[in-house]
Design a protein around this ligand. Sequence first.
Ligand code: PHE
Length: 344
Amino acid sequence: LRDKYLAAIADAGDEAALEALRVSAVGKKGEISLKMRELGKMTPEERQTAGPKLNALKDEINAALSAKKAALADAALDERLRGEWLDVTLPGRGAARAMGSIHPVSQVMDEVTAIFADMGFAVAEGPQVESDWYNFDALNIPGHHPARAEMDTFYMARAEGDDRPPHVLRTHTSPVQIRTMEAQGAPLRIIAPGRVYRADYDQTHTPMFHQIEGLAIDRDISMANLKWVLEEFFAAFFGLEGIKTRFRASHFPFTEPSAEVDIQCSWVDGQLRIGEGDGWLEVLGSGMVHPKVLQAAKVDPAEWQGFAFGMGIDRIAMLKYGIPDLRAFFDSDLRWLRHYGFSA
Ligand code: PHE
């Protein structure tokens, strides 16, 4: 009996087999247990020799069972450790997952913001769904003004009985001028980057695009300050010292006088060269803030004046990186991003 069980225990391959052995040997109805029950029928002499033998056998089997159980658990742990073994000194297998990257428009926005921050301009923001008061009226564009039609405005639908003022998708970042002057008063120096919307679509226009608004209000700001700030900016942004700018008299309802600003460029073999030659490329609108605009924003025009400008971010990104079609910016095509070095 002893040899049979000890051999079987040694051979047991897993815990289930071991448990079956335990039941058939020392379980309630196990072979050894039954033999112990028979002790009652023996004579006292017989019992005296058989009793201790059986007890010793039971102890030995129990000990063998628990030793084997521990050995099986050890083996299982070893097996798991072998499977999960990790060599932390191995070199990596390279990026298993492609890494994201910052979109070129966001990159340019960050660059522009950093350059103006160096000149003391803080960042301001406003909502993209804007009331027509901030987008138009406060900027001296009353209801009948042709500029409203020219801007290809997206109007927000209004439910029957909705008595909130009409809202639009902002057509430019200029409403942030009003909001910031209202909130902070004068003097101030801010830029406001963000998304703007116009119903327009071709190679150089998308219904959503990006602008950066600039506004500087103080007691004696002039067009000369505007010119200096913009020339500093273009030199820094394109990395071209002494890049020439051209101010062309223009008209915006919210600035007086107004100027559109071009930068020097030329076309060589179908390639655009910034800062060379005798061509010009329009990059922004600007001017001295109209007194009516200051008034609308509760800033006293008798005491304060300033300049404002609005620049197309996508436009200058196209120029800087030589990208011919604006629409590609918003197609989310990774091959395009890689081609222009914007993604790994
Ligand atoms: N808001 C004008 C536009 O979108 C640009 C501009 C801004 C012009 C500030 C003058 C001053 O065309």
